[in-house]
Design a binder for this molecule. Structure first.
Ligand SMILES: [Zn+2]
Length: 1032
């Protein structure tokens, strides 16, 4: 538990940036031509380059020419040649610094009060509304100063302000609140077609949501009496909803027409536009504040001084200069950091810098690490820190002359001077107790209670472990893995196994005192896999038989984690526990749980209790685990309520992963589970990690969301962090930011590698600052915004009523858009809804978030499922949260079997389905293959090898290998979709008008939800109404 001075060592001292003198001007900042002119550099096609989409530049080897530093240790011993005896001594110009002052709590938190909205309403009442250009051109292609925005109104009457007169319906703000069940009638916004490619549909006039019985869109038969239209038109079940019932809608009577989704902006168009303009290109990170391609766009990223967007994405790449501006816009300022993100093989892996015993060069004051933001002065003898402005002496071993531009001669030979991301070898100062760490260990802990034995799970796990243990992760240069392994089985007692290599048979030791678990053996518990292979195999063969006759139903849970942690502690190494568990731990022991799943709490102020752990045992256990570098990954196989909110807490706080397989059935679910297990064992991971996010003066990190543990306000502790985990960091102002120096972020992660090396991983990112609101809006990234909103909302469900959280989300969405309209858009009729170009899809994504089962207070949804999804989202990176909230829906019936491209996705709406169609839907957790009743027989034959729709047996989770081109192509598409995702997606075959279709339909997120949740159209109306209220 005690860290014995570990945290207080130099790497993470408490120094904070203060308010110093202004930094020197960074001459090369923001000049894209700078890097392009470097010898040997690939000229970046850039974000707006001319390289045609689809053209891939050669895979990125380490940049040739000047970039000669070695990779992963090659440069290790190479200190720069030292031609001068070293810089003159110490601080003659040490500036005096203002003491660090924590900012007062900003009121522009995500928990915006309604009063601030009212205030804005007052402010906005006298506003001048402006007009603006078309939203089609990417922002930077527009004429300078021209704002890119999207607005909507009915295409046939582009000059008419609206279909429904603003004064008559929209503007008199209803007195009801968003959540009020009896909110008054609402008019839809008028919509304009510009910004949306594709022919304007005939009669594309905006229509209110359809009446019951009305058809949604084209190609879908109206006879689906149990479908969309009814749901859309019926009683609002969305708890945070608003009246969308078109029958109540005021305004001139209109002919009934189909709702045309094309008249409102959709994610697919935005995704496709970005792919078309930026896909397949090289994106060089040489410019401060540039907006990266969307997460859905494939491109090659080249580090030229800022961290790749694979590591860091921001809600906006231009911060407002003042906190007043930030409060005005209410756009969250946040970075989503995935420090161990997987880098594709055609991009350069991180370089490793080794300064030997000297260790990394750091600012004396704020402890920031040497990086491209440090400015060398006085002939190279000193440098000014870009974060706190402190002038530091260059240590003698690090001295180098400057060239005529004031840049060090070795600038391009040192990763830490020219790259956004790199690693340092850490010295002993950075290690626990100043000792090099031991390599980590994996401990496998199998629940051998009756149900797990009976359904074959124990046998499956044991069989699979034999092969998986040969694939333990290892350092690239090593032949074998340094990871040691251990085994425990348990029900209401614990069984430890001695698998020492010289034993003929494994030995079992039973610990029955689960009240205070101890580790009965040290020698022989954690072993090298190769050395002990035969004993381990012997053990794995025996375990299923050993407990075959057991009738034990009760299990413990906390003592298992305690035992694993004690074993790692005794072995003095970090590690990971793999726990395979099935039931509510009801046996008498610490952490014992009772079934407290009370659906009566749903939709009350006490609903939050369902998300809180039942006992505080798990939180203190998690704290101990983090203190000892023990990460817990939990595979759950529940057949009923198991209290995920309690069981999942330790995995969440220790950087582990929670996997859940409801009602596990061997023949259907084993493939998904085994894929997850394999992937989890092999994935890249760092142990015993501390992350620190430093910022330049004027702002700082104030809140952290993710699988993290915080002992203080600045150090993010993680027992482990793997390639799929992201931490979202929120920033607040504590002073003014300057347009010249921008806003700089440095994320440093100190961790232990799988080989037992202590390292620092550094990511640097420079953002712009502006005193123009328009710049702020132009630089937003909606995918990152939704990641932030989801995490902050899901964190808040522990403490606040869900109704309040939903209100806050809707209010803040409206507020952001209203502020844009007031300050950045050109005049337009009040009935027009105006969205900034960068936020075109904010409403549709926000609605998806609001409809997620975590925020949807409905008793029909399993409490465990809600707790599970809440936990998953908290650690997601931007790409995963984007897919999770807006699933990918691909038409399969139009498949070109000769093409290697994925078919173009369609919007997640029933109106996009057709009886003759086959569609694949994926959200990162689930995959569905939906088959229309009139699907082409040749496709059905090709995919399932049966003659017709009725012959398809939907009871399968893996498609048969038919050998036809359709079959091969479809399975290839599925594996491509699966490839980059952290969770194995279970495939469900859905036949139109058969039972599982109800489940599938929940993922058509633009439609009204089965269990409530507005349609996108309804939500747009709701947001528009809010905006109008704010503007009045
Ligand atoms: Zn500094």
């Amino acid at each position: 538990m005690s860290q014995q001075g570990y945290v207080a060592t130099p790497p993470y001292s408490q120094s904070q940036p203060g308010i110093g003198f202004s930094p020197p001007h960074y001459g090369h900042y923001g000049d894209p031509s700078h890097a392009a002119s470097l010898p040997g550099m690939i000229k970046p096609a850039g974000p707006l380059g001319t390289t045609a989409p689809g053209v891939m530049l050669p895979p990125g080897p380490p940049p040739p020419g000047p970039h000669q530093f070695g990779q992963n240790g090659v440069h290790a011993s190479g200190h720069p040649p030292q031609r001068f005896p070293g810089p003159p001594p110490v601080n003659s110009v040490a500036p005096s610094y203002a003491p660090y002052e924590p900012s007062t709590q900003s009121s522009y938190s995500s928990l915006a009060s309604t009063s601030s909205i009212t205030q804005l309403g007052h402010q906005l009442s006298a506003m001048q509304v402006n007009s603006y250009g078309s939203g089609m051109a990417p922002p930077s292609q527009g004429p300078p100063g021209l704002l890119s925005a999207t607005s909507f109104q009915s295409p046939p009457q582009p000059q008419q302000p609206s279909v429904l007169q603003p004064g008559s319906q929209v503007l008199p703000p209803p007195t009801t609140t968003l959540n009020g069940p009896g909110a008054s009638p609402l008019s839809p916004p008028a919509l304009r077609q510009d910004g949306l490619p594709g022919p304007a549909p005939v009669n594309a006039q905006y229509q209110p949501p359809p009446l019951p019985g009305q058809t949604l869109g084209t190609g879908y038969p109206p006879q689906q009496a149990n479908y969309g239209p009814q749901v859309v038109g019926t009683q609002l079940s969305y708890p945070g909803g608003f009246p969308g019932d078109p029958a109540q809608m005021a305004g001139p009577p209109q002919p009934q027409k189909k709702v045309d989704l094309d008249s409102v902006p959709g994610p697919i168009q935005v995704i496709e536009n970005d792919r078309a303009t930026r896909g397949g290109q090289v994106y060089a990170t040489n410019t401060r504040g540039q907006i990266p391609p969307l997460v859905t766009t494939d491109c090659v990223i080249q580090d030229q001084g800022n961290a790749s967007p694979r590591y860091i994405r921001c809600t906006t790449y231009c911060f407002p200069c003042t906190s007043d501006m930030a409060k005005q816009a209410q756009i969250p300022l946040a970075a989503v950091i995935k420090p161990f993100a997987t880098i594709p093989s055609n991009e350069t892996p991180l370089y490793l810098v080794n300064h030997g015993e000297n260790g990394p060069v750091r600012c004396n004051r704020c402890k920031a690490y040497m990086c491209p933001f440090m400015q060398f002065i006085e002939g190279g003898r000193r440098y000014q820190c870009g974060f706190c402005n402190c002038v530091n002496d260059v240590p003698p071993f690090y001295f180098q002359h400057l060239d005529h531009m004031g840049r060090r001669l070795d600038h391009y030979e040192k990763p830490e001077l020219s790259l956004g991301s790199y690693e340092y070898v850490a010295t002993l100062d950075y290690c626990r107790n100043n000792k090099p760490p031991n390599p980590p260990a994996f401990i496998f802990m199998i629940d051998v209670s009756y149900s797990n034995i009976k359904n074959g799970l124990v046998k499956l796990i044991c069989e699979e472990l034999k092969t998986m243990l040969e694939k333990l992760p290892k350092e690239e240069q090593e032949e074998t893995s340094a990871i040691r392994v251990g085994f425990i089985t348990y029900n209401k007692v614990l069984h430890f196994f001695n698998v020492k290599s010289n034993l003929a048979q494994p030995q079992m030791m039973v610990v029955t005192d689960v009240g205070e678990v101890f580790v009965p053996l040290l020698d022989g518990f954690l072993v090298n896999c190769q050395e002990s292979q035969s004993v381990i195999h012997n053990l794995l063969d025996q375990i299923p038989e050993m407990f075959a006759d057991s009738n034990e139903n009760e299990t413990v849970f906390a003592p298992i984690i305690q035992a694993g942690m004690e074993a790692l502690k005794a072995a003095d190494c970090p590690g990971k526990l793999f726990i395979f568990h099935s039931s509510l731990p009801t046996a008498e022991a610490p952490g014992k749980l009772k079934n407290r799943d009370d659906k009566k709490l749903v939709n009350t102020d006490k609903e939050k209790i369902l998300f809180q752990p039942q006992t505080n045992v798990y939180e203190s256990l998690a704290k101990d685990c983090v203190a000892h570098g023990c990460s817990v990954t939990l595979f759950l196989f529940p057949s009923q309520y198991v209290d995920v909110a309690s069981l999942g807490l330790v995995p969440q706080l220790t950087g582990g992963t929670l996997y859940k397989y409801n009602n596990f059935q061997m023949h259907l679910d084993s493939q998904q589970f085994l894929n997850d297990l394999r992937n989890d064992i092999e994935k890249k991971i760092g142990f015993d990690a501390i992350m620190r996010v430093r910022t330049s003066t004027g702002f700082r990190a104030t809140d952290f969301f993710g699988g993290v543990f915080m002992n203080n306000t600045t150090d993010v502790e993680m027992a482990a962090i793997d390639c799929d985990k992201a931490v979202t960091v929120e920033f607040k102002h504590d002073d003014k930011l300057s347009e010249d120096s921008g806003a700089l972020i440095q994320c440093a992660v100190l961790y232990t590698t799988i080989g037992g090396q202590r390292r620092l991983r550094i990511h640097n990112l420079g953002l712009n600052c502006s005193s123009q609101l328009a710049d702020l809006y132009k630089s937003c990234e909606t995918d990152a915004l939704i990641n932030f909103f989801a995490k902050s909302a899901f964190k808040a469900v522990l403490h606040q009523p869900l109704k309040v959280i939903r209100e806050i989300l809707v209010n803040q969405t409206a507020h952001m858009l209203a502020c844009y309209r007031k300050n950045c858009a050109s005049p337009s009729a009040a009935s027009q809804l105006i969205l900034p170009d960068s936020m075109k899809v904010l409403p549709v994504y926000m609605n998806c978030l609001l409809k997620n089962c975590v925020l949807l207070s409905r008793p029909e949804i399993s409490t465990d499922e809600r707790a599970y999804q809440r936990q998953l989202v908290l650690t997601m990176g931007v790409a995963d949260s984007q897919l999770f909230f807006y699933p990918q829906l691909l038409p399969i019936h139009t498949l070109d079997v000769k093409s290697t491209m994925l078919p173009a996705a369609v919007r997640c709406s029933e109106s996009r389905l057709s009886e003759e169609g086959i569609f694949l839907l994926a959200n990162g957790l689930n995959m569905f293959l939906w088959l229309g009743v009139s699907s082409p027989p040749e496709l059905i034959q090709g995919i399932f090898n049966v003659p017709s729709f009725t012959h398809i047996n939907a009871d399968m989770t893996v498609l048969p290998e038919v050998g036809s081109p359709y079959s091969q192509q479809l399975r290839m598409i599925m594996s491509v979709i699966q490839q980059k995702r952290p969770y194995s997606m279970k495939l469900t075959i859905v036949k139109q008008r058969e039972q599982p279709e109800m489940v599938f339909r929940q993922f058509l997120v633009e439609d009204k939800g089965l269990y409530g949740g507005s349609s996108y159209m309804d939500f747009l109306c709701c947001v528009h109404k809010e905006i109008c209220q704010l503007l009045n």
